[in-house]
Design a protein around this ligand. Structure first.
Ligand code: ATP
Length: 912
């Protein structure tokens, strides 16, 4: 028995056994009607029930996150050393060590926060949506805004946004693995079941978090947020994973091995220094701690993560939302992009341009969605009412239609499928309004359009109470259902050849084709089923719809070709239309086009060859996409594949980079994808590839900056010990350099924009080792240059009679200045930076240098610092010499790039 209550003291909805209640009881309990809640009711309910959101798992608190930063081998070593130095009474060293520890912790903490914030912003962009009926009209809202009592429409590919009691279903199949673990979809109905039925048997319910794999339904929200079944087991659905990628893990491992090697070398230096060179153990201990502290790349994993997060953020700003971080790396090595056509390569702004009836070809005038335009035959304007087949075709296009055409502030907009919107606009031009049609031709039932079966059907009753079934869809599909055709004299037997010829000719002009047909009959079992669309239809017309390519897609395809990336178009459209549009985009020109049916006949070996040769695949279904991805991968290609439907999920998962459409894509496709295009635009994929390459470059650039700067500094000291020279840097000074430069200068490279010409390179071979022979060479060369500059200057000053303290001050400045210069070199791996763009192109580089300069000036000239570090003021001439040491590194690095460019060019010319 349902407790009747006012809205004010209504029972919390979660306490009900909704699956055992009838619709009337559910409506009564929730005080809701089929035309939806009003805005005022929604407001009240959202206050009472809260947003429809699961509480995210608790994050680590700020303090814990801060403390976690100390959990790092290097910091343990430094803290241990600080304690020992304190015992030894080396207070300056203790102080510097502690400050260095704090700086490392704070920088790590800020970097982690920045990376997390970047990901949070992206998570928010992926928030799910729901279609609700409120105030009697349909609208799309954020799923978080749903309240109990809302009426929700479900379609295939949707994640069910809240717990729903189903009110009407059309072949609804829902995969409930998220809740029940059962991966086979269960068939839904609207029936009640007994109150104690287990979750999997509650056919009249659709539960939050489960996936609609087929069909449509309308349901009433009965539970939201934490009170849903999903909320009760408190399981968050898959979101963005943690900040790690194979490359980052590889670098992490490398960092650890390097740290161990450095500790080993430090121990050797200690032994060498004390036993062989007679330094005191206390002095040598401090030195090796300082050396280890500067050489171990403690900032490496953090900066890598920030570089990646910044890249992901940059991509998101340009509409490419990364869901799965390793995709950022993979994007840089993509060799083939397989793209849908409609809406991705084309604008998805459809306009009916031609209607072909038996005996007449009508041109339709007007542009855009404004329903104004003339119908003409060979340039002669006609009245559509005088042509029976034409007016019947237009009517069927308007009736067999799920879209809406609306005027708002003088602007005409289509809600729903643009192909259907185009038919509504054509209807408007002929004077058929959707609403007039609704009353005179009442729709009783429908089979919605699904790419798999390529048609849609609706059942109507006309003003005289007669039943009609209208179908529209791909011409081949509809022709199979027809046995007759309508022309101005009435019904005649179907002339299949005529229609096939017309279809091919029209498609060859790049027009998208639909066929329209009807039958005066009622569904056999009362409900419209597939058996009702098998035959006996009368063909009315073929409709040619124009959907021009996107300008930016044409440009992006050519950019991809330059970048050594093949672009393939996989579309559900007619082969001729696909070929013509492909030609406009420079895809598949001069190559054959093959269809899904042909793919189905090929074995894997043949398909592997064909998949590489052919660029346009037409009338392809999701299973063909999957086979194509596999065939291309077998051929060694790295494949990005786009998709939008629920059935595209396997292909998206299989592809190296699965790309889902953000606007027209289903939740299922988005969840299976690595990347979501917020604007559904092909050009965004090309942008993402460019950014992916840039991120990889920046990771490389940072390592190429950090290793030799750490190495050079260490080398200065080790060489001095080996050759029994006066130490050019004291332990405290080594720590100072580390404090000023490590993690600050290099971070600027994470902001480096993509290099010019980044899209003229070939894709990076997948699995290419980051640390190549070239890397080792560059690291060694720059280390030696830095060592030569700093140690050379120090020795030269000493031999000139300068005091040790002044010579050391110059050595410290030489190391820091050399790092600043080399930071500019590092902006481009091989290209010269000796130009305006090279020097000023990244303001973070300039800012980082500008931040370090005053520190060095203070170090040199401030009396306090002189007291701590034994530094001395330098004359302008001495500063000039310091600058010279920096320039040595700068010029050396640029010269090396020049030689490499020259030799590469030469070998390229020879091989050409
Ligand atoms: P792509 O895969 O590039 O997005 P597409 O949008 O052309 O291609 P589908 O949406 O699968 O592919 O459409 C395939 C065919 O189905 C179209 O060529 C058209 O003939 C027909 N079709 C498209 N939309 C509808 C619709 N709403 N109702 C009936 N038939 C349709």
């Amino acid at each position: 028995m349902i407790k009747r209550s006012t809205d004010h003291n209504m029972d919390p909805p979660q306490s009900m056994n909704w699956h055992s209640l009838t619709h009337a009881e559910v409506r009564q309990a929730l005080h809701a009607e089929m035309d939806g809640l009003t805005d005022a009711e929604v407001k009240q309910r959202i206050v009472r029930y809260g947003p429809n959101r699961l509480t995210p798992p608790k994050r680590r608190g700020t303090l814990l996150r801060l403390l976690m930063q100390f959990h790092n081998i290097l910091l343990y070593v430094m803290l241990g050393a600080a304690v020992i130095t304190a015992f030894l009474g080396h207070w300056v060293d203790t102080g510097v060590l502690l400050v260095a520890v704090v700086i490392n912790v704070v920088i790590g903490f800020i970097q982690e926060g920045k990376a997390e914030a970047a990901l949070d912003a992206i998570r928010a962009m992926l928030s799910p949506h729901a279609t609700v009926i409120r105030n009697g009209s349909r609208r799309e809202i954020e799923a978080a805004e749903l309240v109990p009592g809302d009426i929700v429409a479900l379609a295939s590919g949707d994640r069910v946004p809240a717990d729903l009691r189903l009110i009407s279903v059309k072949e609804l199949r829902v995969e409930e693995a998220a809740l029940t673990g059962e991966s086979l979809p269960s068939e839904k109905s609207t029936e009640t079941v007994s109150a104690d039925a287990p979750l999997g048997d509650r056919y009249g319910m659709a539960y939050s978090g489960t996936l609609v794999v087929y069909g449509q339904a309308i349901g009433m929200v009965v539970a939201t947020g934490g009170t849903t079944e999903l909320g009760k087991i408190n399981q968050m659905l898959t979101g963005i994973q943690s900040l790690s990628t194979p490359l980052l893990r590889q670098i992490d491992r490398f960092g650890r091995v390097l740290a161990l090697a450095i500790i080993g070398m430090s121990a050797a230096t200690f032994v060498l220094g004390t036993l062989w060179r007679d330094h005191t153990p206390a002095e040598m201990f401090m030195m090796v701690v300082a050396l280890a502290a500067s050489a171990i790349p403690e900032g490496l994993p953090a900066i890598m993560t920030v570089t990646l997060a910044l890249g992901v953020q940059r991509m998101a700003r340009r509409n490419a939302i990364i869901r799965h971080l390793p995709a950022v790396e993979t994007l840089g090595s993509v060799t083939v992009i397989c793209s849908d056509k409609t809406g991705t390569l084309t604008r998805n702004e459809m306009t009916v341009q031609r209607i072909l009836c038996a005996g007449h070809v009508f041109d339709v005038g007007g542009t855009g969605y404004v329903p104004l335009g003339d119908f003409s035959i060979d340039g002669r304007i006609i009245d559509p009412d005088h042509y029976t087949a034409l007016s019947m075709a237009i009517r069927s296009g308007v009736l067999c239609n799920d879209a809406r055409l609306r005027e708002e502030d003088g602007m005409w907009r289509v809600e729903g499928d643009p192909t259907e919107g185009a038919l509504l606009v054509a209807g408007g031009k002929a004077g058929f309004s959707q609403h007039a049609g609704d009353t005179a031709w009442h729709r009783i039932d429908s089979i919605p359009f699904e790419s798999q079966h390529r048609f849609m059907a609706t059942h109507h009753r006309d003003g005289d109470g007669e039943s009609w079934i209208f179908v529209k869809g791909a011409p081949e599909r509809i022709l199979d259902m027809c046995s007759s055709q309508l022309n101005h004299t009435g019904e005649h037997p179907l002339d299949v050849d005529y229609w096939r010829r017309m279809a091919t000719d029209t498609a060859a002009q790049g027009l998208r084709l639909l066929a329209l047909a009807c039958k005066r009959a009622a569904p056999v079992d009362g409900q419209l089923a597939f058996s009702d669309v098998e035959g006996g239809y009368m063909l009315l017309a073929l409709v040619g719809i124009i959907d021009p390519p996107r300008e930016e897609a044409i440009h992006a395809v050519s950019e991809c070709h330059h970048a050594g990336i093949r672009v393939k178009m996989i579309t559900g459209d007619h082969a001729e239309t696909a070929r013509a549009i492909g030609a406009q985009l420079a895809i598949g020109v001069g190559k054959p086009t093959i269809t899904g049916a042909e793919i189905a006949m090929m074995d894997d070996a043949v398909l592997r060859r064909v998949a590489m040769e052919v660029d346009v695949f037409a009338r392809a279904s999701p299973e063909h996409k999957l086979r194509l991805v596999q065939a291309l991968q077998d051929d060694g290609q790295v494949v990005a594949m786009t998709g939008d439907g629920v059935n595209d999920a396997p292909a998206l998962k299989c592809a190296d980079v699965g790309v889902a459409m953000g606007m027209k894509g289903t939740e299922a496709a988005k969840e299976a994808a690595d990347m979501v295009l917020a604007d559904d635009n092909f050009a965004t994929i090309a942008t993402a590839v460019r950014e992916g390459r840039a991120v990889y470059d920046n990771l490389k650039k940072f390592i190429l900056f950090m290793l030799p700067t750490n190495g050079g500094e260490a080398m200065v000291v080790i060489v001095a010990i080996l050759f029994e020279l006066t130490l050019p840097l004291t332990p405290a000074q080594v720590l100072w350099i580390n404090m000023v430069t490590s993690s600050t200068l290099g971070l600027a490279l994470a902001f480096e924009p993509a290099e010019h010409g980044i899209m003229s390179r070939r894709p990076r071979p997948p699995g290419e080792a980051l640390l190549s022979g070239f890397f080792v060479w560059r690291v060694l060369m720059v280390s030696v240059l830095m060592m030569t500059g700093a140690l050379g200057l120090f020795l030269w000053e000493l031999s000139d009679g300068t005091s040790v303290n002044t010579a050391r001050t110059m050595a410290v400045n030489a190391v820091v200045v050399a790092e600043m210069f080399y930071l500019v070199n590092s902006r481009y791996i091989l290209a010269p930076v000796t130009n305006w763009e090279g020097v000023t192109g990244n303001r973070y580089v300039l800012l980082a240098i500008a931040a370090c300069l005053p520190l060095q000036i203070a170090y040199t000239h401030a009396p306090v610092m002189q007291g701590i570090f034994d530094s001395t003021s330098l004359s302008p001439l001495e500063w000039g010499r310091v600058l010279g040491a920096g320039l040595l590194v700068f010029c050396g690095a640029e010269l090396e790039k020049f030689v490499i460019r020259r030799t590469r060019l030469a070998s390229h010319l020879v091989s050409a």
